[in-house]
Write a protein that binds this ligand. Structure first.
Ligand code: UFG
Length: 334
C-alpha cells in the first residue's frame, strides 16, 4: 500500500512517515518546506533506513500534483499540509483561506480524477471553540475563534459534502488535541521558526536558556490552579493514531471524525513542573494576563477513537517532556 503524505516533513507529518514505514507502508511525501526543512528527509532516512520518495512542490499546483499521481501508484492520502499559526491567521486571513482551502480542493480534485477516494485529514480540536462540556465528544457543538480554525472547520464541511455527493469515499477526520514531544531518536521534533507560540516549544527554549522566561497567560481561570488546562498527547501516539485511521479508511467506506487525545488535561503549571522535575532544569516564569482567544480548559473524550479505530494513547507526561527536551538538546542552535 502506498500512501501520499502531504506536509510530510512537518512536525506531525514527519513522525507519521516514520510510523507508516514501521508498519510496512510505502510512502510518498509532498512538501514545499514553507514551515519545515529539507534536512528532515535525511533524518527520516536515518531513522527508518529507507530513502523517502519526495516531491518538493506546492499542493495548490494541480498540474504538478497530477504528475505525481500519474507516476506513483497511490492508494490513499494523509493530508497534513497547511498553515497553522493561530496569531498569524488573524493578521493574514486571506493567506490562510487561500492556502489551506485551495490546496485541499486541488488535492481532492486530483484524487477524484484518479479515482483515489481514501483520505485522512488533519483537523484540530480548535473546531470545538470554547467547549460547553468536558471531556469533549466528537458530536459537540462546533465553532471557531480564528481564521486558522475556520479553515479546518470549512475543510471538514467540504469533505462531508464530497461524501454526500459520492458515498464511495472513505474519509477520516482527525481532531488533534495538543501534540508535544519528539521521536525517541531525538532526530526529528518540533522546530518552530522564531519565537514559539505554543507552550511546549517555549518551555524548551527557556530551559535551554535561549529565552529568559516563560510568560504564563493567566492564573485566574476556573481550573485546579488557575492556569489553562489542555490535553497534551505525545507526537508518536498521535502518529500512531494516523496508522489506525489509514488502516480503517483502506478497509471501509464512510466519513467520520475522531478525537486524538489522551483524555487527561494538565495545567500550564503542571506542565512546567513536570518538565523541571523530569529534565532537572530550571524554567523561570512570570504570570501575565490572559492571551486573547484562549479558553480555560480543553480535553478529549478519547473513547470513540478507541472503539472504532482501536486507538489509545500510551505515552505519559514524563515521556512527553523528556523527549521534547532531548530533541532540543540534540538540535540546539546555541
Ligand atoms: N501558554 C502559556 N504561555 C505560552 C504559551 C502558551 O501560558 O507562552 C498556555 C496557553 O495559555 C494555554 C496552554 O499554554 O493555556 C497551551 O497553549 P498552546 O499555545 O500550546 O496551545 P493551544 O491549546 O492554545 O492551541 C493548540 C494549537 C492550535 C490548536 C489548538 C487545538 O496551537 O493550533 O491547540 O486545541 F488549534
Amino acid at each position: 500500500m502506498r500512501i501520499l503524505v502531504t506536509g510530510g516533513t512537518g512536525y506531525i507529518g514527519s513522525h507519521t512517515v516514520v510510523e507508516l514505514i514501521n508498519n510496512g507502508y510505502d510512502v510518498v511525501v509532498i512538501d514545499n518546506f514553507s514551515n519545515s526543512k529539507p534536512i528532515v528527509l535525511d533524518k527520516l532516512k536515518e531513522i527508518t533506513g529507507k530513502e523517502i520518495k519526495f516531491y518538493e512542490m506546492d499542493l495548490c499546483d494541480s498540474e504538478k500534483l497530477r504528475e505525481v499521481f500519474k507516476k506513483e501508484d497511490i492508494d490513499a492520502v494523509i493530508h497534513f499540509a497547511g498553515y497553522k499559526a493561530v496569531g498569524e491567521s488573524v493578521s493574514k486571513p486571506l493567506m490562510y483561506y487561500r492556502n489551506n482551502i485551495d490546496s485541499t480542493l486541488s488535492l481532492l480534485e486530483v484524487m477524484s480524477e484518479f479515482n483515489i477516494k481514501k483520505i485522512v485529514f488533519s483537523s484540530s480540536a480548535t473546531v470545538y471553540g470554547d467547549p460547553e462540556k468536558l471531556p469533549i465528544k466528537e458530536d459537540a457543538k462546533l465553532s471557531t475563534t480564528n481564521p486558522y480554525g475556520s479553515t479546518k472547520l470549512y475543510i471538514e464541511g467540504i469533505l462531508k459534502d464530497l461524501y454526500v455527493s459520492d458515498n464511495t469515499w472513505s474519509i477520516a477526520i482527525l481532531r488533534y488535541f495538543n501534540p508535544v514531544g519528539a521521536h525517541k531518536s531525538g532526530l526529528i521534533g518540533e522546530d518552530p521558526n522564531g519565537i514559539p507560540n505554543n507552550l511546549m516549544p517555549y518551555i524548551v527554549k527557556v530551559a535551554n536558556k535561549e529565552l529568559p522566561s516563560l510568560n504564563i497567560f493567566g492564573n485566574d481561570y476556573d481550573t485546579s490552579d488557575g492556569t489553562g488546562v489542555r490535553d497534551y498527547i505525545h507526537i508518536t501516539d498521535l502518529a500512531n493514531g494516523h496508522i489506525k485511521a489509514i488502516d480503517y479508511v483502506i478497509n471501509n467506506v464512510g466519513i467520520d471524525c475522531y478525537n486524538l487525545g489522551t483524555g487527561t488535561g494538565y495545567s500550564v503549571l503542571e506542565m512546567v513542573n513536570a518538565f523541571k522535575k523530569t529534565n532537572k532544569v530550571e524554567v523561570p516564569y512570570n504570570i501575565v494576563g490572559r492571551r486573547d482567544g484562549d479558553i480555560a480548559a480543553c480535553y478529549a473524550d478519547p473513547n470513540y477513537a478507541y472503539e472504532k479505530l482501536g486507538f489509545k494513547a500510551e505515552y505519559g507526561l514524563d515521556e512527553m517532556v523528556e523527549s521534547a527536551f532531548n530533541y532540543a538538546i540534540k538540535n540546539s542552535k546555541k
